[in-house]
Design a protein around this ligand. Structure first.
Ligand code: SAH
Length: 344
C-alpha cells in the first residue's frame, strides 16, 4: 500500500519526464541519431531543401523542430543549408519547441551564428505562428505520456501507478485510440493522446497553409499492441515506476494511429530510418567524408552510417512518417516500401 491515490500512467509519465528533462542531461543516458554523426543532420538538411523546393520555395518559412535536445540536428541542418541551399537558409525562420529551460540554453549555444534570423522558442507545437512550415522531430513523440489499457472479458481497464507498481482499474471514457484492434484478453493497448493531438493539429494547420512534418522515432506500424513503456537510468534499463525524474521514460510510437489522426492531410510512410537515409544518400555522404582520412577515422564514419541505417541497429526499429498539406509532392525519401509492422 502506498497510502496515496493511484495516479493515471500518463500523468505519472508527464510528471516524471518533465522533472527528468529539466534536471538531467538526458544525453548521459542515451545516444540519439544526431549525436551519432553529423551525417544525420546533413542528410536531413538536404531533405529540408528539397521539401522547400517542392512547397514552392516559400520565403519566409518556419523551419521548426520539436524536442531539439542539444540542438545538434538543427545545427547540422542549418550548416548544410548555408553551404548548399543559401536561398533556403536565408528564408528559414528557426523555431524550436522545447519545454526544458536548461536544454533551451544548450540549444541557443549550439545555434549561435548559424541562422539568418534569431531563433524563437515555444512550449508547444500549437504555438507556432501560421504560415508555411517544415517541422522535424526526432525522438520527440516517444517522450510524450501514454495511457495503457488492458483488454478484459468485459471491455477495457486502465493502468494506474500505485506506489512502485501498477493497478488496473475499470476504464472510464476511452480516449481516441486504436480500440478496434483485435487485442487478446489480458494484453495491453497503448495510446498517446498528446501525439495524436499533435498529428490532428498539424493536419488542420496544413489544410490552411502549406506544411510538411517529419517524425522519426522508434516504433511500430500496423494493428499491433503490447507494453512498450521503458526507462533508462544512468544508461541502463530501469523499472519505469521507481524514482520518477531520475530515468528517461519512453514508449514506442504507434505510427498507424498517428497517420489515422492526421486524416485530411497526406501521409507518407512510415518507412524505416534505414530506407529513408539510404535513399537520401547516406552512404554516398559517408564515402565522401571518409575519403582521404586515416583508416581509423574512415572506419568510424562508415560505422556511424551502419549504426544509423543497418536493420539490426537503428535502421529498422526507427521509422519515419511524413505528414504534408494535401496536393504537395511526396517528400524525398518516401518513394520506398512502407515499413510495415514490427517486433513487439
Ligand atoms: N531530438 C533530440 C532530443 C530527443 S530527447 C535528439 O534527437 O537528440 C527529447 C526532447 O524532447 C528533449 O529536448 C526534451 O526536453 C523534449 N521534450 C520532451 N517532452 C516534451 C514536451 N512535452 N514538449 C516539448 N518538448 C519536450
Amino acid at each position: 500500500m502506498s497510502g496515496t491515490m493511484p495516479e493515471r500512467l500518463d500523468r505519472f509519465m508527464a510528471r516524471a519526464n518533465a522533472a527528468y528533462y529539466a534536471g538531467r542531461d538526458p544525453f548521459a543516458d542515451f545516444v540519439t541519431a544526431p549525436e551519432i554523426s553529423q551525417m544525420f543532420g546533413e542528410i536531413l538538411g538536404a531533405w529540408v531543401a528539397i521539401t522547400w523546393q517542392g512547397m514552392g520555395r516559400p520565403d519566409p518559412f518556419i523551419l521548426a523542430e520539436a524536442g531539439p535536445g542539444r540542438g545538434t540536428l538543427m545545427a547540422d541542418m542549418t550548416r548544410l543549408l548555408a553551404r548548399v541551399a543559401p536561398d533556403c537558409h536565408a528564408a528559414a525562420r528557426v523555431h524550436l519547441v522545447e519545454t526544458s529551460p536548461r536544454l533551451r540554453e544548450v540549444q541557443r549555444a549550439a545555434l549561435a551564428g548559424r541562422t539568418a534570423q534569431p531563433v524563437a522558442w515555444h512550449d508547444r507545437i500549437e504555438a507556432l505562428s501560421d504560415g508555411p512550415v517544415i517541422l522535424l522531430a526526432n525522438e520527440f513523440l516517444d517522450a510524450l505520456p501514454i495511457r495503457q489499457f488492458v483488454r478484459t472479458g468485459a471491455g477495457w481497464s486502465e493502468r494506474f501507478v500505485d506506489g512502485v507498481g501498477f493497478v488496473a482499474l475499470p476504464a472510464g471514457d476511452l480516449p481516441e485510440g486504436p480500440f478496434d484492434r483485435p487485442v487478446p484478453e489480458g494484453e495491453i493497448l497503448e495510446c498517446c493522446p498528446e501525439a495524436l493531438a499533435v498529428a490532428r493539429g498539424l493536419a488542420a494547420r496544413f489544410a490552411r497553409s502549406p506544411g510538411t512534418a517529419l517524425f522519426i522515432d522508434y516504433g511500430y506500424d500496423g494493428a499491433l499492441w503490447g507494453d512498450t513503456l521503458q526507462a533508462l537510468r544512468d544508461g541502463q534499463p530501469a523499472w519505469p515506476l521507481a524514482d520518477p525524474g531520475l530515468a528517461d521514460l519512453t514508449a514506442h510510437v504507434d505510427f498507424a494511429a498517428l497517420a489515422r489522426a492526421a486524416a485530411g492531410a497526406a501521409c507518407h510512410g512510415s518507412v524505416t530510418q534505414g530506407a529513408l537515409l539510404a535513399g537520401l544518400g547516406l552512404f554516398a555522404r559517408a564515402e565522401q567524408l571518409a575519403r582521404n582520412r586515416p583508416p581509423v577515422e574512415a572506419h568510424a564514419i562508415h560505422d556511424a552510417a551502419q549504426r544509423l541505417a543497418a536493420p539490426d541497429r537503428m535502421g529498422r526499429l526507427f521509422k519515419a512518417l511524413a505528414i504534408t498539406s494535401p496536393g504537395l509532392p511526396a517528400p524525398p525519401g518516401f518513394a520506398v516500401e512502407p515499413a510495415g509492422g514490427d517486433v513487439r
